[in-house]
Each structure stands twice: as structure tokens, then as C-alpha cells.
Design a protein around this ligand. Structure first.
Ligand code: ATP
Ligand code: FE2
Length: 323
């Protein structure tokens, strides 16, 4: 059985095709970019509508090569999964309209899925994990999540900015462009530590005070960009490592899965890996092509939800604990 998944929550329009064992046959993405480095919602939606057919054809071609078949088309697809939320209204709608159009035309059942849950599920199947603690750190999201009785529980999260967005905001001040995370990681390699506020509140974290502090220190020329990048990373990653360790101890998890774009940061991975080793647990992260927003993860989540979900339209504010 093959499932086609459509990703459309934000800047990326993606189509993936996976098998019922979690094998990825195709994963094509086309992301909206703009020279002004911003996202104008209706332009993003316009982009998605424009590229949809082309991305679909490329996905079929890739699947055809991967299964060594003469032909791969709608006849081979059993279900159409789509990102129902959370996300930007216009993007979600553009994706949903395409999903609905194709499902009608080719008579396939529609399965609306939760985008963050898809990020977690694809990592779990790729590494064949049993019951991990999830650390989801992207632009928008910063959450420590576990699963119990089939439901997701958010044990800790940011009280204000997502860590990635916070790094991007500081990067804007430094003139690093978007996304700033990778450039901050480079600069940090040449930095030394300056003291910053450490903001862990129970199981939650807060980044806004830290951001204000690094912005002040930079504007007042009290510390170099390199030192601030280094200190920002050390402080924020230590905070995340601390709450993740507490979550793993409390929920008795022996596996940690890091998902989200900030997971590309090598220093962050090293800190989490050390923490896991020290407590006899194992650390995993998702390969780059599956960690970014993509259709394959939506297809796999769709397979997992095929009996319980359906055409649920869109839900721009759908939290993972409501899945
Ligand atoms: P979601 O909708 O799932 O929350 P998103 O679009 O907000 O996704 P991702 O694409 O998962 O976010 O991640 C993007 C973020 O990751 C950006 O804020 C970017 O700066 C950050 N990032 C990317 N590479 C690195 C890195 N090497 N170090 C730190 N942060 C990074
Ligand atoms: Fe995402």
C-alpha cells in the first residue's frame, strides 16, 4: 500500500509517497522564497497553487524510479494525506484545496493530519524507536513531548518565542539574514562565554529575557557577535538539555528523538548526546531531508491515522496534545 502526503503549513509545498512499512519512495519539496526575507501569506498560497502539479509529477517520477516500475501514478495510491494544521491559513487552504481536488478526481480517501505529530512519527519509524521522549525545536515550536495511552503530552515548552525564531531575531540584528541558526552556529565556534540569564521555569523555558540581554550587550558594544552567539547557544541549549533530562527521568524514557530545524546544530546534538549517555539512554535525530517540512512525513502520519481521521478541513491552531 502506498500513501501520498501533501505538506502545506507554511513556506514549503511538498509531496511525499511512502509505503505502509514507512519506506520513503518519493519526497519532493518546493519552498517559497522572497528577496525581502519575509512571508506574505497570500503569496505563499499562490506559490503552492502554482507548483502543485509539477511537484506531484516529480514525486510520481521519483517513486517510479525507486520501485523500479515502468509506471507510477494515482492507480498505485491508496490514500491522500494532507497537513490540516497548525499553520498559516492561506497556505493550509491552498494545500487542502489540492488534496480535495485530487482525492475527488481519483477517488481516494482524504486523511487530515497534524503537522507536528508528523514530524515526530517520521523520526520514530526511521529509527524504529519504541517509546521515545521527543524534543521538538523548530522556528515556531520548542516542546518536550512524550506519548502515553496513544496521546501526546507536552511536558515542557517555551513560554514565549520558539528557540529557532529567537535565534533568527538575534541574527537579524547581526545582519545574518534568514535563517540565522546556521550562521550563529559558525560564529559561536570562535566565541567565549559571557554570562546571560538562565530561564528555566519548572519544566518550561523562556527566551525573551535572554534575547533582550544579548541585544543590549551587542548594541552597547559590550560583547562581540562571536561571544554572544557562543553564549546564546550554550545557555539556551543547556536549558533545553536540563528540561529534557528531567522529562526523561520522570517519564522513564530510554530514547530521545530530536526533531525540528534547530536539530541541525551540532553543538546542540553533542550536549543532548552526552546527557543521554550519562543516563544510559540513546540519542537520535532525524536526517536532513526528513527533518525539514516535507510530504513524506505527512504521508506516514496519514498511514498511522487512516482509520481514525478523514476530511477534517483545516485547523490553523491545532496543538499536538489535542491529536
Ligand atoms: P515548524 O512549523 O515545524 O515549527 P519551522 O518552519 O518553524 O517548522 P524548521 O524549518 O523546523 O522550523 O526550523 C527552522 C529553524 O531552524 C530556523 O529558526 C533556523 O534558524 C533554525 N536552524 C536551522 N539550522 C540551524 C542550526 N544549525 N543551528 C541552530 N538553528 C538552526
Ligand atoms: Fe514543520
Amino acid at each position: 500500500m502506498f500513501i501520498l502526503g501533501i505538506e502545506c503549513t507554511a513556506h514549503t509545498f511538498g509531496i511525499g509517497i511512502v509505503s505502509d512499512t514507512g519506506k520513503v519512495l518519493a519526497n519532493i519539496i518546493d519552498s517559497y522564497t522572497s528577496p525581502e526575507a519575509g512571508m506574505i501569506p497570500h503569496k505563499v498560497a499562490e506559490h503552492h497553487r502554482l507548483v502543485a502539479e509539477e511537484v506531484l509529477q516529480k514525486a510520481f517520477q521519483q517513486a517510479q524510479q525507486n520501485v523500479h516500475a515502468k509506471h507510477f501514478s494515482w492507480d498505485d495510491i491508496s490514500f491522500v494525506a494532507y497537513s490540516a494544521g497548525p499553520g498559516l491559513d492561506p497556505s493550509l487552504l491552498a494545500g487542502y484545496e489540492k488534496a480535495k481536488e485530487w482525492s475527488k478526481k481519483y477517488q481516494k480517501k482524504l486523511i487530515g493530519v497534524n503537522h507536528p505529530a508528523a514530524h515526530l512519527s517520521i523520526g520514530k519509524i526511521i529509527h524504529k524507536l519504541k517509546d521515545p521522549c521527543y524534543l521538538y525545536v523548530s522556528g515556531v515550536n520548542t516542546q518536550v513531548i512524550v506519548q502515553a495511552n496513544g496521546k501526546y503530552h507536552v511536558l515542557g515548552e517555551t513560554l514565549d518565542n520558539g528557540l529557532g525564531n529567537m535565534l533568527d531575531k538575534f541574527g537579524r540584528l547581526l545582519g545574518l539574514g534568514f535563517p540565522a541558526g546556521p550562521k550563529i552556529e559558525e560564529l559561536a565556534k570562535k566565541g567565549k562565554y559571557v554570562e546571560l540569564p538562565y530561564a528555566v521555569k519548572g519544566m518550561d523555558v523562556s527566551f525573551s529575557g535572554i534575547l533582550t540581554k544579548v541585544e543590549q550587550l551587542f548594541k552597547q558594544k559590550k560583547a562581540s557577535a562571536e561571544d554572544l552567539c557562543f553564549s546564546l547557544q550554550e545557555t539556551c541549549f543547556a536549558m533545553m538539555t536540563e528540561v529534557t533530562e528531567r522529562a526523561m527521568a520522570h517519564a522513564e524514557k530510554k530514547e530521545l528523538l530530536l526533531v525540528g530545524g534547530v536539530g541541525a546544530n551540532q553543538r546542540f546534538c553533542t550536549m543532548l548526546d552526552i546527557m543521554c549517555k550519562e543516563r544510559g539512554a540513546k540519542f537520535f535525530k532525524v536526517p536532513l531531508e526528513l527533518v525539514r517540512d516535507n510530504g513524506a512525513m505527512i504521508a506516514w502520519e496519514g498511514f498511522l491515522r487512516k482509520d481514525t481521521s478523514g476530511d477534517i478541513e483545516i485547523n490553523p491552531h491545532w496543538r499536538i496534545n489535542e491529536v
